[in-house]
Design a protein around this ligand. Structure first.
Ligand code: NI
Length: 135
């Protein structure tokens, strides 16, 4: 088994908050991510596909194809968008990095043509990343 990773980036705004709480209470729980006028992150996404090497190509998966799948299903939908308002796969879901990683997994898991999706890693800041492996 070998693991192939494709990296992609997108910039998006969000507001992580509980609508039942005041702005002040939200700030205590969610900090800057609760800003009522939104704020943004430069997200870094890593998609890891695991599989056997195809002896005909030497590849697990053609990275050009993986790139296109990520572009079409994640980046085009989320880049320079508002995760609360604009992104179909985040509709009604609190846009924490944990939830974004899970939703990106769901976007991709049935679309990988060779090998299988092993992990989605989402960096929200330089120091924080979130990893989902489907369970
Ligand atoms: Ni934030």
């Amino acid at each position: 088994m070998i693991y192939v990773t494709r990296r992609a980036t997108f910039n998006a705004a969000h507001r992580v908050y509980n609508p039942k709480l005041s702005d002040e209470e939200n700030f205590k729980i969610f900090g800057k991510c609760s800003s009522p006028n939104w704020h943004g992150h430069n997200y870094i996404l890593e998609v890891v596909v695991a599989g056997e090497i195809d002896p005909a190509t030497g590849y697990v998966i053609d990275l050009k194809i993986l790139k296109e799948i990520i572009e079409k299903n994640v980046i085009e939908k989320a880049d320079h968008k508002n995760l609360n308002l604009d992104v179909d796969f985040m509709k009604g879901i609190q846009p924490s990095a944990e939830n974004i990683a899970v939703q990106i997994w769901k976007q991709l898991v049935n679309k990988i043509p060779a090998g299988k999706l092993f992990a989605v890693k989402l960096y929200e800041t330089e120091n924080n990343y979130f990893e989902y492996k489907g369970e």
